[in-house]
Design a protein around this ligand. Structure first.
Ligand SMILES: Nc1ncnc2c1ncn2[C@@H]1O[C@H](COP(=O)(O)OP(=O)(O)OP(=O)(O)O)[C@@H](O)[C@H]1O
Ligand SMILES: [Mg+2]
Length: 369
């Protein structure tokens, strides 16, 4: 018979995809495995000894987690919760988890074992696919409408000019001028709705270059009233992208942030408006249904009042705006450009912390199409 193989159980536990958490009788963290470290974005060293309820921070928790944990601890009765929402770093994630008691050897105190399975990734992928589809349908609709609006405008403008000339009366000039300037405004709007007709021209770009351009534009525009903090990872690889389009994306998002901060001065009584530009490598991101091992992430963060809750889910749709003078096209155009680059934009927002994250793959698959 074969000799039993000696297994290093620590290694085994650290390679599980299930996140595992051990909790002591005071409901403090005793141990967590690697999956659990990445789920909660915290190291074992930092988490040890912390109240587990700080980690298992339930969003809208009607279920009393503390009571349930103590109950299992005292009675040994395990329990399972499905589709629980926990909040990690301002993000809601969904998990199924099971709590059971471990009757360890006599010398040890009993512990609680919590096994968590993140169901988010699947939820998120299907939600993203839906969003992308809906976004494409909406864009086509908008382009169709923009065409229809634009077609008669040339005729109206020409006829008004003829009318002005034949009336030749300063009394009516004011009215014909209004028609012409409103027609021009509509034409500009329709052009923006149609989007750029130029094909992207791809080249290798270090994302910090366009980001710095946007930073200096914003600095000049806001006359230094907004603090701009840079938090760059300078080791990022170059991406294959259209430099001008990247600038447009970053500018659309930064201008929104600046508007949110400058148009809501009453929000900044006790803190200073701040824009943070952050770059990182992000591992394991699903874009358009494909899991990417590593992508470039650019965060544009502000500490304004946040995206109004009623439009947060639809903020990338064309014509969705929370501002009286907004057209609601900036983010839709930005998202469209990012899709063409094989990337995407995500938004998370609460008061004092709004982050638009741009994800850009750095392998060239999108260019070959
Ligand atoms: N950083 C932010 N903070 C708060 N609200 C935001 C932020 N970014 C976007 N929004 C909200 O999202 C809406 C949509 O933004 P979007 O850029 O698409 O359109 P817009 O700014 O209204 O018009 P425009 O077409 O001129 O850009 C904004 O009107 C605003 O209400
Ligand atoms: Mg905008």
């Amino acid at each position: 018979m074969d000799q039993p193989v000696a297994i290093d159980y620590r290694l085994l536990v650290d390679n599980l995809t299930t996140a595992i958490l051990l909790v002591d009788g005071q409901l403090n963290v005793f141990y967590l495995n690697s999956s659990c470290e990445s789920l909660f974005d915290i190291s074992l060293l930092r988490a040890s000894g912390q109240p587990v309820l700080n980690l298992l921070h339930m969003a809208n928790d009607e279920f009393n987690t503390q009571e349930a944990l103590l109950n299992t601890f005292n009675t040994g009765q395990p329990y399972t919760r499905r589709e629980a929402t926990i909040r990690v770093n301002f993000k809601d994630i969904h998990v199924d988890y099971t709590v059971s008691q471990i009757n360890a050897e006599k010398s040890y105190h009993p512990l609680l074992l919590i096994e968590l399975d993140q169901i988010d990734r699947m939820l998120k992928i299907s939600k993203e696919e839906n969003l992308i589809q809906q976004h494409q349908v909406a864009r086509q609709l908008i382009r169709g409408v923009a065409h229809e609006i634009k077609n008669p405008l040339g005729g109206i403008r020409g006829a008004t000019q003829l009318l002005a000339r034949s009336l030749n009366d300063p009394q009516y000039e004011e009215f014909t001028d209004i028609i012409i300037s409103e027609v021009d405004r509509l034409r500009n709007l329709a052009d923006t709705m149609l989007g750029s007709r130029q094909l992207p021209s791809y080249e290798l770009v270090n994302v910090h270059e366009p980001l710095e351009r946007v930073r200096s534009l914003v600095t000049n525009q806001t006359k230094k009233k907004i603090k701009i903090t840079r938090d760059y990872d300078l080791s990022l690889p170059d991406v294959l992208a259209d430099r001008d389009q990247l600038i447009q994306v970053m500018l659309n998002i930064s201008v929104n942030a600046v508007q949110a901060m400058t148009e809501n001065k009453e929000f900044f009584i006790d803190h200073q408006p701040e824009l943070i530009l952050r770059t990182r490598i992000q591992r394991l991101v699903t874009i358009n249904g494909v899991l990417k091992r590593s992508v470039v992430r650019i965060d544009i963060e502000d500490n304004g009042p946040g995206v109004p809750e009623e439009i947060l889910e639809s903020v990338f749709y064309p014509l969705v705006t929370g501002r009286a003078k907004g057209t609601g096209l900036g983010l839709s155009i930005a998202q469209n450009i990012m899709h063409q680059h094989g990337g995407m934009i995500e938004c998370q927002s609460i008061p004092e912390k709004t982050i638009f994250s741009l994800y850009l793959p750095w392998e060239a698959s999108h260019v070959a199409k």
